[in-house]
Write a new protein. Structure first.
Length: 122
């Protein structure tokens, strides 16, 4: 199967808590980018593709950050959830979010170095 990646910005692997305001339930983000995220969610919590979703991202060392997004897809059969494109952050909070995303490549480097050291025995 041929897949074209149409993302506008790099995606970073994570496991961050969030609150899906529309369904009043806690969920987890399993990846994140400057322009969107993927939310793990069972089928009964999925918001239809093309509809808006409101989330509160729980960013470590920062706090809760509200965002409105558009549901773009529901994942794959082995990874069900919602791909959400961010549309708006209130009160110019996108600046805070952008700074948070800027540190994610450094965290990925640290995680990879940790794995290498752990696997080599020191």
């Amino acid at each position: 199967m041929f897949f074209i990646d149409r993302r506008k910005s790099p995606r970073y692997c994570c496991r961050l808590p969030a609150f899906l305001n529309d369904k009043e339930v806690h969920v987890y983000l399993c990846d994140l980018s400057l322009t969107g995220c993927f939310v793990e969610a069972p089928e009964e919590l999925l918001i239809p593709v093309g509809e808006k979703a409101t989330l509160t991202l729980m960013l470590p060392c920062i706090g809760p950050l509200p965002v409105v997004g558009l549901v773009r897809h529901h994942g794959t059969p082995d990874r069900i959830g919602m791909g959400i494109e961010f549309l708006e952050f209130p009160d110019r909070l996108h600046r805070v979010y952008a700074k948070f995303v800027k540190i994610l490549p450094i965290l990925e480097e640290a995680r990879e170095l940790y794995r290498e050291l752990a696997n080599s025995g020191g």
